[in-house]
Design a protein around this ligand. Structure first.
Ligand code: AMP
Length: 188
């Protein structure tokens, strides 16, 4: 059974929802750098304050900060049987770092699920969500910046993991249930 997984996809591709489904199916915890940063922000740490400034502008938090969070967190016994990383890695440097950390732990990734969506559809979805949730990182210019950062920095990971033989590409343009059926069919 595949137990060390990543989920990739543009902001608004529905990663969060599908990540919850996958974790339930495989009985593994999520590993989310976004959640780690939000807990730093909530606790009001220096790291959290700096991260908030960047997040509110749609920028990535520096790799050095993310690596120190990830390096420590992955040692936790809760991920011993597996995990689904959601929102990590965000660029090639982070992907190389993750490969190294897992190698040092004597393990490796089993698969990378890519939710493949039309980027223009995603803008519409995100704007709608912004209206409903009133999120400070979801104004139109910030959404456009996050998509640009995704395209420049995160999308190259699709090719990286395809070449590593790990990629499971999923058509993410359907309904939540349709997308889930395609993912589940690949994991069972
Ligand atoms: P997320 O919940 O994964 O969408 O993360 C929210 C925000 O936190 C992102 O828009 C980034 O600004 C920041 N962030 C989360 N994970 C990372 C990461 N792996 N590298 C850099 N920045 C990150």
């Amino acid at each position: 059974m595949k137990k060390r997984l990543l989920i990739l996809g543009a902001p608004g591709a529905g990663k969060g929802t599908q990540a919850r489904n996958i974790c339930e199916l495989l009985d593994i915890p999520t590993f989310s750098t976004g959640a780690m940063l939000r807990s730093q922000m909530k606790a009001g740490t220096e790291l959290g304050k700096k991260a908030k400034e960047l997040i509110d502008r749609g920028e990535l938090v520096p790799d050095s900060v993310i690596s120190s969070l990830v390096g420590a967190e992955l040692q936790s016994p809760r991920y011993r049987e597996g995990f689904l990383a959601d929102g990590y890695p965000r660029n090639l440097e982070q992907a190389h770092f993750l490969d190294q950390v897992l190698k040092n732990m004597g393990t490796h990734l089993d698969a990378v699920i890519n939710l493949d969506v039309e980027l223009e559809d995603v803008v519409g979805r995100l704007l709608k969500r912004a209206e409903i949730e009133n999120r400070s990182d979801d104004t139109e210019p910030v959404i456009r910046r996050r998509l640009q950062v995704y395209k420049e920095q995160t999308e190259p990971l699709v090719r990286y993991y395809r070449e590593a033989g790990l990629l499971i590409n999923i058509d993410g343009n359907g309904s939540i249930d349709q997308v889930w059926d395609s993912i589940a069919a690949q994991l069972r």
